[in-house]
Design a protein around this ligand. Sequence first.
Ligand SMILES: NC(=O)c1ccc[n+]([C@@H]2O[C@H](COP(=O)([O-])OP(=O)(O)OC[C@H]3O[C@@H](n4cnc5c(N)ncnc54)[C@H](O)[C@@H]3O)[C@@H](O)[C@H]2O)c1
Ligand SMILES: [Zn+2]
Length: 364
Amino acid sequence: MHPPIVHRLTLEHPQGRSELRIGDGALAALEELVPWVAGRMLFVLSTPRLDRLHGGALDPLRAAARQSVELSVEDGEGAKTLAHAGRLWQEMVVAGGKRDSRLVTFGGGTVSDLGGFVAGCFLRGISYAQVPTTLLAQVDAAIGGKTGIDLVAGKNTVGLFHHPDWVISDTRLLATLPLAERRSGLVEVVKMAVSLDLDLLLEVEAGLDRLLAAILAPVVAGAAAAKCAVVTADPSEGDHRRVLNFGHTLGHALEAALGFRHLRHGEAVAYGLLFALRLSRRCGLPATVAVRVRDLLRRLDLPPLPALDIGELLRLLQRDKKATEAGLVWVLLGDLGRPEFVALDLGQVTQELERFLADPFVDV
Ligand SMILES: NC(=O)c1ccc[n+]([C@@H]2O[C@H](COP(=O)([O-])OP(=O)(O)OC[C@H]3O[C@@H](n4cnc5c(N)ncnc54)[C@H](O)[C@@H]3O)[C@@H](O)[C@H]2O)c1
Ligand SMILES: [Zn+2]
């Protein structure tokens, strides 16, 4: 195996700074965390699947801590509940956790969201590190300090901003990730590339087929840097950070309409991007750009969009957090690298949605 190539990024935020290490072999950077855990109790939050696949990956950190305590949750979205958080807090108190204890998450976005929330509330907040193991978490969920859990009433409805001290993203961990999960993460990369970073777009266009087989560190580092830039410009999620919601307005509605089954988050966002491209075209986006992005998304070979009830989708869209009196505010594309916010009335959207549901890939 060749020596690690590690990209270093620093994300400044109101609570301080997060240090990011990203790359093929980036786990070697755990060495830098030794002073961070030395003499302290370390909680490691993971899942049975991650334990089975990559169980020993955090051993250097465990060895450096005064004591390490394993915390475990089920794989997948079901882990993000108040019941799991409550059980983990109990286990942490019983184990003797203190204000200066440390927590490390080791898993996908569900583990990073839950772990950040658990760390953020435990004894009013302890420091933590993210070691994300899915592409989606490496480029998105583990960066930016948004943490949370789901309620029956809605996804991500309870949470807080709590930035990790460290984010260590080793792309070697992604070798075991199923193709569908890689594809789902790549959609978020495409989203950031198209709206924020044209060099990254060229890289993804040139290498997409290879990327579906094996995720390349420069692409993860590029997307993570794009996310960091947005978070730095808007740390407390005012308006600007909403550019990251490109493709998510319809994406979220699709996920909810399908009961969070049938499509993964990234797959739903891919359809959300196609719809946003269509709306962008009506607002002046050049056809060449829309077709170029559409063709890139087509190469991802998405699962087909299941049959959906348009009335239900429209109801869900109106519940979107960004809905205002003027109508729903969409993140659209003025041009490559130029996202813009546009309020559209429901009539316009309904018409486009009907055509979109008939064939999401035509008319962009
Ligand atoms: N906080 C944020 O800013 C933010 C941003 C985007 C998404 N999210 C959240 O992220 C979550 C989705 O994250 P996700 O897509 O990573 O899902 P996930 O955490 O459920 O992981 C997907 C699946 O991959 C498996 N897995 C993880 N790492 C693996 C590996 N290396 N090899 C093999 N299998 C592996 C997991 O066990 C799981 O079954 C959602 O809850 C979403 O709300 C948060
Ligand atoms: Zn997303």
